[in-house]
Design a protein around this ligand. Structure first.
Ligand SMILES: Cc1ncc(COP(=O)(O)O)c(C=O)c1O
Length: 379
């Protein structure tokens, strides 16, 4: 792999750079070459050898778990692979015991995968779902804090917001949540891999996400982290033959569940995609999350400076501690975000319309020149 590669060597790993100025990593990332090769290698193995090498597939999954745990600051048995973020959050919501009078606190701008599981809990158990409102692209900490009380069981929020790029101070929120003996649930899909996180130090109880955005991995691999404290309160409600310590002891039904979050893994997973997931995490780990975060800060600062010469308002908070690698802009002239997206796409610049905002989401291989080209192309 390539620790600290020169930008040109890194760009070689992303053939998409020859076709597009691709700035939509908050939706789906293009696969780096080693990732695609790893996926192909596993599929070829199955084609040629059937099940013969299946222990290798299991080893790769454990290596991927190690890399994932490393990015999160978690222990191995605290992270499980699941299908996607929605499954991870839903299984957490369903695994808690609810009673009337409990409440859940969240933010109205969350991606729906962090809303629907809690809405269902509200409707089935008569629990209150409290939503903090956005203010000018930000979540005001006190707005959220005011909603939390002694009946709050869960506070659920994204580390980085998908439609504003706002970055939450998890440790500050974590301290408040613990004072109320609630759980801090975090959707980390828009941050993991490009922003350092330490789930233990930042008092995160649940982290959920998937690989196809900033982790540069294929679609179809999701993950769930549970703190020991969360594990004491949440039951695995979706279980299967690999949820037990000795899955190959096929007639032993009295084994109990696997340790920690491992009980949440149910059955056969996407082995080829896991090869890809591992390859992408190796690349990101070799690049270094802290270095990537620093680079993306520079890159997006440069973008925001360039935008000052154009009729757009930067909606994303650029305050220190709140800024992220996602920049959302609002066209002052009244052009719709969809029209802007289409206009840029014609010039092979790929962004994303999100409501009335245009979302710009560069990754570590994007360049300052690509930021300038985007600014230049904006009407
Ligand atoms: C904040 C956030 N959470 C979750 C998802 C995706 O959820 P899932 O992994 O269930 O498809 C997205 C985007 O697709 C997102 O922006």
């Amino acid at each position: 792999m390539l620790p600290n590669p020169p930008k040109s060597a890194l760009r070689e790993l992303f053939p998409i750079t020859k076709r597009y100025n691709y700035l939509n990593h908050a939706a789906v990332s293009p696969l780096p070459l080693p990732t695609l090769q790893a996926v192909e290698a596993q599929l070829k193995d199955v084609q040629e050898n059937g099940s013969v090498n299946f222990r290798d597939w299991l080893d790769v999954k454990e290596q991927a778990r190690q890399l994932l745990a490393g990015l999160l600051g978690a222990r191995l048995e605290q992270v499980a692979f699941v299908r996607n973020t929605s499954d991870a959050l839903s299984t957490v919501a369903n695994g808690l015991t609810w009673k009337k009078g409990d409440n859940i606190v969240t933010f109205r701008g969350e991606f729906p995968s962090n809303i629907y599981p809690w809405l269902r809990i509200r409707d089935v158990f008569g629990v209150e779902l409290r939503m903090c409102e956005e203010r000018a692209g930000r979540i005001e900490f006190d707005d959220l804090a005011k909603l939390i009380d002694q009946h709050t069981r869960v506070v659920t929020i994204s580390h980085v917001q998908f439609a504003s790029g706002f970055r939450m101070d998890l440790e500050r929120l974590g301290r408040l949540v613990r004072q109320h003996d609630a759980l801090l649930v975090v959707d980390v899909i828009q941050a993991l891999g490009v922003l350092p996180i330490d789930v233990q130090a930042e008092l995160v109880d649940v982290a959920a996400g998937a690989g196809h955005k900033w982790l540069l991995a294929p679609e179809g691999v999701g993950y769930l982290y549970l703190s020991d404290r969360a594990r004491e309160r949440i039951q695995p409600t979706l279980v299967g033959w690999i949820s037990v310590p000795q899955p190959e002891d096929l007639q032993n039904f009295e084994q109990g569940w696997r340790q920690g979050t491992l009980a949440w893994e149910t059955g056969t997973g996407p082995a080829a995609l896991m090869y890809g997931f591992k390859a992408s995490l190796e690349l990101l780990t070799a690049l270094g999350v802290a270095q990537t975060a620093r680079y993306l800060k520079q890159l997006t600062d440069h973008l925001c400076e360039g935008l000052q010469s154009k009729p757009y308002r930067v909606v994303s908070s650029r305050r220190s501690g709140e800024k992220s690698h996602i920049v959302c802009i609002y066209p002052i002239g009244g052009t719709s975000a969809m029209a802007l997206y289409a206009h840029l796409k014609k010039q092979n610049i790929i962004t994303a319309p999100r409501g009335d905002r245009l979302r710009i989401a560069p990754h570590v291989y994007n360049t300052h020149e690509e930021m300038d080209a985007l600014v230049e192309a904006l009407p």
